[in-house]
Design a protein around this ligand. Structure first.
Ligand code: ARG
Ligand code: MN
Ligand code: MN
Ligand code: MN
Length: 311
């Protein structure tokens, strides 16, 4: 199968340095080679990480409380185009981040391509400790990595082209096709957004109550068979025991096996059109071993989503 690779070393969606080195760490540990040689995918796109240095503004004033809004918008516009180009060709698209703001680009790119190519709406499975659905007005932090779902679904919008105004109707995700797994740190205003929009969410409470097998079964049943699926996996969905090297770790998360299981089960549907793996920040772990563990976990999740562990 053909795989489009988008490797984005981007960190301006949040304040901590180092998450821009995530994709390189994943690639250096052999991820792309394994995907090509062991899993047999034909790779297209980035073999080297893109930093988009030319798009990073030297002054980038806050807009509606958003930090680095101009740069984050510009980089995501490029990501959206790239993901769109791959997906339009019928390639499965793998995006390695970078902070989770990059999903503004990935989700809008695949939503548009799948509408054009298959005349279908994508479903989005968002695996994360966080809901990342703040609108600029309700965000406490102003960090755009806490807002990608809002922008990708049109719950947040802006008239100005340079501040995400480039996101057009045909790029939007339908919030009825969104499912969360792994939530455990959701802001008060986000809870209200989830409630008001009737968004389907399986928190860690549900994982404990039903087990990961039934949670994934329910998530896939909600989406409906045969729906093209975009999987956006924030490595902080995993418990910090497995993935300590990330910007906003939250205890009480998924085990590595539970994360891998989600990816395997989604692969098994045969409906996967895009995968994001984000928020690996090799510089944040207390020990070098912690950084390595996080990179290994990220590689494992991606390989599972690409079918490695299924017999
Ligand atoms: N809800 C918090 C915020 O909006 C944390 C978001 C964390 N997001 C992430 N992609 N790690 O700032
Ligand atoms: Mn998160
Ligand atoms: Mn996230
Ligand atoms: Mn397969």
């Amino acid at each position: 199968q053909d795989l489009g690779v988008v490797a984005v070393g981007f960190s301006k969606g949040q304040p901590k340095a180092g998450v821009d080195a995530g994709p390189e760490a994943l690639i250096d540990s052999g991820l792309l080679t394994q995907i090509r040689e062991e899993l047999g995918y034909k790779l297209h796109g980035d073999t080297k990480v893109q930093k988009y240095e030319e798009l990073i503004a030297t002054t980038d004033a806050d807009h509606r409380g958003m930090k680095n809004p101009f740069t984050t918008s510009a980089v995501n516009r490029k990501i959206s185009e790239e993901v769109y180009e791959h997906a339009k060709e019928g390639r499965l698209v793998l995006t390695l981040g970078g902070d989770h703001s990059v999903a503004i680009g990935t989700v809008t790119g695949s939503a548009k391509a799948i509408r054009e190519r298959l005349n279908r709406e994508i479903a989005l499975i968002w695996v994360d400790a966080h809901a990342d659905i703040n609108t600029p007005e309700v965000s406490d932090s102003g960090n755009i990595h806490g807002m990608p779902v809002a922008f990708a679904s049109g719950l947040a919008k802006d008239d100005k082209e340079e501040y995400f105004g480039w996101i057009k109707e045909d790029m939007l995700l339908n919030v009825k096709k969104l499912v969360y797994i792994g939530l455990r740190d959701v802001d008060k205003a986000e809870k209200q957004i989830l409630r008001e929009n009737g968004i389907k969410a399986f928190s860690m409470f549900d994982v404990d109550r039903y087990g990961i097998g039934r949670v994934v079964e329910m998530a896939l049943a909600y989406i409906g068979a045969d729906t093209p699926i975009h999987l956006s996996f924030d490595v902080d969905a995993l418990d910090p025991m497995w993935a300590p090297s990330t910007g906003t770790p939250v205890r009480g998360g998924l085990t590595l096996r539970e994360g891998d299981y989600i990816c395997e089960a989604v692969h098994q549907t045969g409906s996967l059109v895009a995968i994001d793996l984000v928020e690996v920040n090799p510089s944040l772990a207390a020990t070098e071993a912690g950084a390595q563990e996080t990179v290994r976990a990220g590689c494992s999740l991606v390989r599972c989503a690409l079918g490695e562990t299924l017999l």
